[in-house]
Every structure is written in C-alpha cells, then in structure tokens.
Design a protein around this ligand. Structure first.
Ligand code: FES
Length: 116
C-alpha cells in the first residue's frame, strides 16, 4: 500500500467493531470514583461471554484503563462508531450485544454523550 495515495478506508481492519471497556477499580470513597466501584466487573464479564457465545469473531473486546469520565460509568465505547455506553444491568449488556454488536443499530437509551 502506497502511503501517498492510501486513505483510512484502504487500511485492512482486524475487526468490524472494537469494544473498549473500563476495568479501573478505585478504592471505595475515592474522590474520582471508578467504573469498578459502579459495578463494572460483572457487566464486562458478561459482555465478554456474550461476544464469545455469540460467535462474534469480528468484534474485538479489550479491557481498558480509565477512559476519563469516571462518574458516568461503567463506561464502554464501541468503534468505529465511537459510541459510548453506560450499561447498568446484565440486560443492558445483552441489548448492546444484540442490537449494536450484532445488529449494527444504536441502543439510544444507553448512550452517554460526554463533553470535555
Ligand atoms: S474509572 Fe472508568 S472512566 Fe475512569
């Protein structure tokens, strides 16, 4: 691939979608809070299991550190759409898997719009 004429669309993609989920756990009472303190771990465990059980080989799932918006958590972001979600229940996770990761549609009720 020539770097002079290549565009982003020319770069081979490993995944159709890639999920990053914040696994940061700060101690109880920490002033920044954390996704872990808001119940992230069991939700992300379920997310990983659902991706695997669904045979979604074209979906990457990567545990991440703090994504920078700790009070809004538990936070996950799906690329290439760049959609941030804050699921609170196992059912929320299931809906994101079925609707967005499998179906390619937005789960509007779980979207978090963040501002810097
Ligand atoms: S701890 Fe998850 S966004 Fe900061």
């Amino acid at each position: 691939m020539s770097t002079e004429t290549a565009t982003f669309a020319d770069v081979p993609q490993l995944y159709k979608r890639h999920v990053f989920a914040c696994f940061t756990q700060r101690p109880s009472g920490h002033p920044r809070g954390s996704c872990g303190a808001q119940g992230a771990q069991p939700l992300w465990d379920r997310l990983g299991r659902q991706i695997e059980a669904g045979g979604l080989a074209d979906v990457g799932f990567t545990p991440s550190g703090c994504l920078g918006f700790c009070r809004a958590g538990p936070l996950m972001v799906v690329y290439p759409e760049g959609v941030w979600y804050a699921p609170k229940t196992p059912e929320d996770v299931d809906e994101i898997v079925e609707t967005h990761l499998k179906g390619g549609q937005l789960v509007e009720r779980l979207v978090v719009v963040l501002q810097r």
